[in-house]
Design a binder for this molecule. Structure first.
Ligand SMILES: NC(=O)c1ccc[n+]([C@@H]2O[C@H](COP(=O)([O-])OP(=O)(O)OC[C@H]3O[C@@H](n4cnc5c(N)ncnc54)[C@H](O)[C@@H]3O)[C@@H](O)[C@H]2O)c1
Ligand SMILES: [Zn+2]
Length: 411
């Protein structure tokens, strides 16, 4: 015999001795009756894709920071790299002093070791640390660290939560902001991966003070991407301030640094909000600078940084746009100029027609059969070239020649 006594509490009569169970009503609807007959059914469910990106100026200086709040009382494994641990390990452990549920794993994650083996190491440590479904991973480092942590979090118990604390510029405005995690596989960059949204991304520009200049410059390329493709004000800001910001570790001018980060992050979130799993459209403005660059990175191995390859790709895409009459020589000069100001390269002798053709073929495979080469149509505006036949060998040859002469004239 069973009777509900008050909201959610059920009294159970067990042969005279009655005891009270506390049962919480769930929000679950149903059970729904089955349809009488069916030949096919659709499973419609809402996937969680919302998360918080929080701007904080003193993440490691307070024991009541956004990080402590985000962790709460959950058991967590903080994954970091030897460099970040050496620079910030004791500060983050001090900030988490009151939270005795977090342990640290220092992993030698580098682009060369971004592999499933490292994902397995994270999973093994999570297992040893006894993480349950409420358990949490924290990525504390650059894009390589967050890629590995994101993929690990998606696999542990079929998906646990993770928080990202990015410490590089690419992490702050790009790798740390999206839903993706990945590792390299058989020489192919980021070939195995997942979409697994973080729970929180905590942004603190102070980490950039110690980031080596070449990595800062590389990150600026991703901001330039957003400026050219969709935000003219961001482009203007980059033209005026990128050199000072790169020189000062984003410390000076503070307001410009903050605006650059916030505009870039907003642009990324805005692009993701309508296409978070990249299944709504293959026309993605954030692919600007990412059509030729993977092939160039592949060809040059680890001698080129991601952002440098993106910069060269943007310069070539802009030159193709110039050759097609989509932008004026003036706009083309401004685009090459903003790359130069930020100390980014605009050309590589390794770029040739064959490499470009191979890159565009791979872009077609990646983009559901359409090339969708993103080229500027002005400052803050871009369009998609869909058909590979429109980018002929002679157009590529002409554009590569123009770019090479311009690079030689400015070197
Ligand atoms: N998942 C995505 O959507 C996405 C997007 C863009 C890039 N990525 C990936 O991100 C990776 C590149 O990320 P990255 O540029 O951050 O490189 P990275 O993670 O290799 O970090 C660069 C170097 O800086 C060091 N470092 C990190 N923070 C530091 C700090 N505050 N001070 C001093 N040194 C510091 C690191 O130890 C490392 O040696 C690539 O593997 C790329 O594929 C992923
Ligand atoms: Zn990129």
């Amino acid at each position: 015999m069973q009777s509900t006594t008050f909201d959610g509490a059920v009294a159970v009569d067990q042969g005279g001795s009655s005891r009270s169970l506390t049962v919480v009503e769930t929000a679950r609807v149903g059970p729904r009756p089955p349809p009488p007959q069916w030949a096919s059914l659709s499973m419609d469910c809402a996937a969680r894709t919302s998360y918080q990106v929080v701007f904080s100026n003193a993440l490691l200086q307070s024991q009541t920071s956004a990080l402590v709040e985000a962790i709460g009382d959950r058991k967590a494994l903080l994954v970091t790299t030897p460099t970040v641990d050496r620079m910030y390990g004791s500060a983050i452990r001090a900030a988490l002093e009151k939270t005795d549920t977090v342990s640290t794993l220092v992993l030698n994650v580098r682009e060369e070791t971004k592999s499933m083996e490292l994902v397995q190491s994270v999973c093994a440590e999570a297992f040893s640390h006894g993480l349950n479904r409420r358990g949490l991973l924290i990525a504390f480092g650059g894009g390589v660290c967050s890629d590995i942590v994101t993929l690990s979090a998606s696999l542990i118990r079929r998906g646990i939560a993770h928080i990202r604390v990015p410490t590089t510029l690419i992490g702050l405005i790009d790798a740390g902001i999206g839903l993706k995690g990945a590792v390299n596989f058989r020489g192919k960059k980021s070939f195995i991966g997942c979409f697994h949204p973080p729970e929180h991304v905590l942004i603190d520009p102070a980490f950039l003070r110690t980031l080596p200049r070449r990595y800062l410059v590389s990150g600026v390329a991703e901001a330039i991407k957003m400026g050219i493709a969709r935000d003219e004000s961001l482009f203007d800001l980059l033209e005026r301030r990128s050199l000072d910001l790169v020189t000062s570790g984003f410390d000076e001018p503070v307001v410009a640094g903050r605006e650059l980060l916030q505009r870039s992050i907003w642009a990324m979130l805005d692009e993701l909000s309508t296409n978070p799993y990249e299944d709504q459209t293959y026309e993605r403005l954030v692919d600007f600078g990412h059509s030729f660059s993977p092939a160039l990175e592949g060809a040059l191995g680890f001698d080129i940084h991601h952002g440098e390859a993106v910069a060269i790709d943007m310069a070539l895409s802009a030159t193709i746009a110039l050759s097609l009459g989509l932008i004026t020589p003036d706009v083309w000069q401004r685009i090459l100029g903003v790359l130069r100001t930020a100390s980014l390269p605009a050309f590589s002798p390794r770029l040739d027609v064959q490499l470009c053709r191979d890159a565009l073929a791979e872009a077609c495979r990646q983009r559901g059969g359409s090339m969708n080469l993103v080229v500027p149509a002005g400052i803050g505006r871009a369009v998609f070239l869909k058909d590979p036949r429109e980018v002929t060998d002679s157009l590529l040859e002409h554009s590569l020649g123009l770019l090479s002469s311009s690079a030689a004239a400015n070197s």
